[in-house]
Design a protein around this ligand. Structure first.
Ligand SMILES: Nc1ncnc2c1ncn2[C@@H]1O[C@H](COP(=O)(O)OP(=O)(O)OP(=O)(O)O)[C@@H](O)[C@H]1O
Ligand SMILES: [Mg+2]
Length: 433
């Protein structure tokens, strides 16, 4: 593959370049401005970039790549101090981040995965395996068929299902199988954004539109032009924005803050929610007219416990994904499989992934994943007497135990951001409010 490497630390840059050149064609840069310049005229399969650099940062590089060559995968190198930023980068569309000090064999493995994925995407677009979307159950087969059928149309799609079932994964699958596949795939999470910043983030603004608007800014909608806009957790969109968003869908144009000319764009919309949107419409918490606009083609992904045939293929996939943690491992023992199969996964695939990641750490140096390596939250109660809150609470406790109280690490394992973790800790009385 063609790889661009940007790392301002000259020693690290040279070391990485030397290793990577055994497998790839590498252009290495210690100066991010030079790299940015080079990106104008050159296309890469992968861009590896440090986050913190003098001059242009990793985020600047990412933005440029997302705009000019959305087919390129961006991986960021980050220290513990900039993990938040890296997570933000992933939400914007970066492929992954790697913690420093960079483990070169892990990096090589990551690149191998990308290469594999690029090959499958090229040769086997309709297999359902793009981006390694794993499934075996008939239920998921039907869903993937539906998704592939709707992918080629330009219809708005609404994806529903519990947290962690794979709504974002499916959105990506739809994009990758659409005529927009070479164009941007941009996601916007309605739950992560303050109400007062919402409109500016979504539609952008002109310089001087409000105090602090010291330059023009393009909104997410414009960044997604010609591509797909994933509106994540759409039911969290403030009501006044719902009206504006509806108008945007109908007119395919919008007003930036401080602009009296409208801007037209061509985007395909995929929305997701894990709430009961019909109920919210009945209670007037979600606008009915917007609901009708987005509920054109609805796909509901069932929870993992209702498609148990997917557990094993997914577990094996995650063993491979986390193999770098325990390269010696041969697989999951029969008893451990039994344990995995009898659990009901309130956090769905994301939870399974976390369980396997932890199992890989706990089984380090051993050949088999055994039942003792599979840590499940509270299993001393019968399922009927378990409340979701109890499970979440005890899971948080066990993850915190496991990280030795490190909340940043715990939040990462739990797949939530630190502020959400703090909120939950307060909610469950685990820290003083
Ligand atoms: N079929 C699948 N194959 C491989 N990985 C999957 C699959 N489904 C989900 N995952 C993994 O599980 C995790 C959660 O998936 P995803 O983010 O798509 O869920 P979601 O439904 O969007 O969750 P939320 O409602 O919390 O946003 C991700 O790490 C994703 O890679
Ligand atoms: Mg999601």
């Amino acid at each position: 593959m063609k790889v661009m490497l940007i790392e301002d630390d000259e020693v690290l840059c040279n070391t990485l370049a030397r290793v990577l050149k055994k497998y790839h064609r590498v252009d290495a840069f210690t100066d991010s401005a030079l790299a940015l310049e080079h990106l104008r005229t050159n296309e890469y399969d992968v861009v590896l970039t440090d986050v913190k650099m003098p001059g242009y940062t990793g985020m600047d590089i990412l933005k440029r790549v997302l705009e000019s060559s959305p087919g390129t995968h961006v991986i960021l190198f980050t220290g513990y101090g900039t993990v938040d930023e890296a997570v933000k980068a992933i939400k914007m569309g970066a492929y992954d981040y790697i913690l420093k000090p960079v483990n070169t064999s892990y990096l090589i493995l990551k690149l191998e995965k990308i290469e594999e994925m690029k090959l499958t995407c090229r040769t086997d677009r309709r297999s359902g395996n793009d981006f390694q979307f794993i499934f075996k159950s008939m239920k998921m087969q039907k869903i993937v068929d539906l998704a592939l059928n709707v992918a080629v149309t330009d219809s708005t799609v609404l994806l529903t299902g519990e947290t962690g079932v794979g709504k974002n994964m499916l959105a990506r699958l739809i994009h990758d199988n659409s005529r927009r596949k070479m164009r941007p795939f941009v996601s916007f999470n309605c739950a992560n954004i303050q109400e007062s910043l919402f409109e500016g983030e979504l539609f952008g603004y002109k310089k001087g539109a409000f105090t602090g608007a010291d330059r023009d800014k393009r909104g997410i909608v414009e960044l997604a032009n010609h591509g797909t806009l994933l509106v994540d957790e759409i039911t969290e969109m403030p009501l006044n924005m719902q009206a504006k968003f509806l108008k945007f869908i109908e007119e395919k144009s919008f007003f930036k803050l401080g602009d009296n000319h409208s801007t037209g764009v061509d985007v395909r919309i995929i929305a997701t929610t894990n709430s009961d949107i019909d109920e919210l419409v009945r209670n007037k918490k979600f606008r009915e007219d917007l609901y009708y606009r987005i509920n054109v083609f609805r796909i509901h992904i069932p929870p993992l416990r209702e498609r148990k045939e997917d557990i094993l293929p997914l577990a094996s996939h995650f063993v491979e994904k986390f193999r770098y943690i325990n390269p010696e491992v041969s697989g999951i023992s029969e008893e451990a499989i039994h344990k995995l199969m009898s659990y009901d996964y309130p956090g769905n695939v994301r939870e399974l992934s976390n369980i396997i990641e932890r199992a890989m750490i706990l089984s380090r140096g051993k050949k088999w994943i055994l039942p003792i390596h599979i840590i499940l939250p509270v299993n001393d109660k019968t399922p009927e007497s378990l409340r979701l809150d109890d499970i979440v609470r005890s899971h948080i406790i066990s993850v915190l135990d496991y990280t030795g109280g490190d909340k940043a690490k715990a939040a990462k394992i739990l797949g939530i951001d630190r502020s959400t973790l703090y909120r939950k800790l307060k909610e469950y009385g685990l820290i003083k409010s």
